[in-house]
Design a protein around this ligand. Structure first.
Ligand code: FCB
Length: 471
């Protein structure tokens, strides 16, 4: 085998509660911000399709888990829906949700598929958003209690816990870039939300350590490696700033236990420090350590120096310090308008190895969203050779990093069955299984069958060199 992975390597796929479960009303579930935005801001979603249109994991989980076994998965990541478990976010627990998650985790375990469980995937209970969401410290306490409840209820069935998926997104998309509810555009508030999410993460890890739970706990980060246009000082500085704001701010806080000093300097200079950062917060961050890091990787960020600040009287933004650089000849996924750069995964692995103590990590999301996949249906299945190529190339770079000592423990593709996306709904399809939106039918794609073989053989052959591999 040209690219052999270890026997205990985790193979599978990832999804989240809101994007796959369905049954948004009924069975005791409370509303979350997505259910709410679905009704009020319908026009913000592609084709007006909202959270109620999913692949119905809530009803179909048994068959879906059978489908995972058909593909030989040994692990699968999903999230618990906070507002399903605790409809108001705190207080009363929904027994039907307790039963549902017990059944899901039992079914996975029975089939030899390890559940990787994330506690928060962008889905704030509406009742808690109404008191300010993560801007309000009471919500940190509510989150801690929710985490503890999950560990108590499911701790003997789940060995891999994650506090948050992409903690930057709720702050950035919800409070700076007008993409997620509550659609606020205010840097200082975004920074406060991010700080409070980090505290919520720390509180959950603390509860986990203090309780008698077995298993591991970590967090899932989206990392966008940054590449400067050139080695000239202005371009290098631009890259440094983009990396500082979007990646180091969080990675250093979580993995090193403190914010990068430069971040504080810039925020002070621009009068953008969040109001409420306390001594005890910093002490808590310093003492919090995770066991396992998930990395979501989709694309690189290429930057160049800015000629001038875009809108100096407008809202402060990291974009003041860099400009996007459209490198000639870069390979694009035109459906999403993002670059495909498999080597980015290797670069991330090296960074974790060199700067973050070579901590145990795994690829918690990687994948390719394609519009109009029905045009590739032949003989009843999506012939998604482009997805197979994409996976291969990323796995090859990952394999190389592992040969060089990176502690990567697994690879989860985004996603299992085509899912609803936060803004784009079903515009781009990502799954190993196609979801027919009209009939609800789920059909394995060619890539799913290919992945099954990879898992069975714990690797794959690739004789011809892949052209991008120039290193
Ligand atoms: C990631 C999210 C995930 C999914 C993919 C495409 O940023 O974690 O929920 O929407 O993008």
């Amino acid at each position: 085998m040209d690219y052999q992975f270890s026997k205990d390597f985790f193979w599978g796929a990832a999804t989240s509660a809101t994007q796959s479960e369905g049954r948004v009303v009924g069975d005791g579930k409370g509303e979350n911000i997505w259910d709410y935005a679905s009704t009020i801001y319908n026009h913000r979603f592609y084709d007006g399709v909202t959270t109620e249109k999913t692949s119905r994991f809530y009803e179909d989980y048994q068959v879906d888990i059978q489908r995972m076994q058909d593909l030989n998965f040994n692990s699968f990541r999903t999230s618990i829906s906070w507002s399903r478990l605790i409809p108001e976010g705190r207080g009363q627990v929904n027994r039907e949700a307790v039963a549902f998650y017990h059944e899901v985790f039992d079914e996975l375990n029975k089939k030899g598929i390890k559940p990787f469980v994330n506690l928060y995937h962008f889905d704030m209970p509406l009742a808690l958003q109404e008191i300010g969401g993560f801007e309000n410290r009471e919500v940190i306490q509510a989150y801690r209690d929710y985490a503890q409840l999950c560990f108590d209820l499911f701790g003997d069935k789940v060995a891999y816990w994650f506090t948050f998926n992409e903690p930057m997104i709720p702050a950035e998309a919800g409070y700076l870039h007008d993409r997620h509810y509550p659609y606020v555009v205010d840097f200082k508030r975004a920074a406060q939300v991010l700080h409070n999410i980090i505290l919520a993460h720390c509180e959950a890890v603390k509860v986990f350590r203090e309780g008698d739970y077995s298993g591991k706990i970590g967090i899932i980060m989206d990392v966008i490696p940054v590449y400067p246009r050139s080695q000239n000082p202005a371009d290098l500085k631009a890259a440094e700033m983009a990396d500082l704001f979007y990646t180091r701010s969080l990675n250093d806080a979580i993995l090193k236990g403190h914010y990068p000093a430069e971040l504080g300097e810039v925020l002070k200079a621009y009068g953008q420090m969040p109001e409420d950062i306390r001594e005890e917060d910093l002490a808590l961050m310093a003492e919090t350590k995770i066991d396992l890091l998930g990395i979501n990787y989709y694309r690189p960020r290429r930057v160049k120096a800015r000629e001038s600040v875009p809108n100096p009287d407008g809202v402060f933004s990291p974009e003041w310090f860099y400009d996007n650089y459209e490198m000639p000849g870069r390979r694009m996924n035109t459906s999403r308008g993002i670059e495909i750069y498999p080597q980015g995964l290797y670069d991330i692995a090296k960074k974790i190895q060199q700067e973050y103590d070579n901590i145990d990590w795994f690829v918690s999301e990687n994948g390719i969203g394609i519009q109009g996949e029905e045009q590739f249906i032949e003989g009843g299945i999506v012939q998604d050779d482009y997805r197979i190529e994409f996976l291969k190339e990323h796995l090859i770079w990952l394999h190389r990093a592992m040969e060089e000592g990176s502690n990567c423990l697994g690879y989860h593709m985004w996603t299992f069955v085509d899912c609803w996306s936060w803004i784009n709904a079903y515009k781009n399809r990502y799954g190993f299984y196609r979801l027919d939106l009209e009939t609800g039918e789920k059909t394995v794609k060619k890539s799913g069958l290919w992945f099954k073989d990879v898992i069975t053989q714990q690797g794959f052959d690739q004789k011809e060199k892949i052209k991008e591999m120039t290193k």
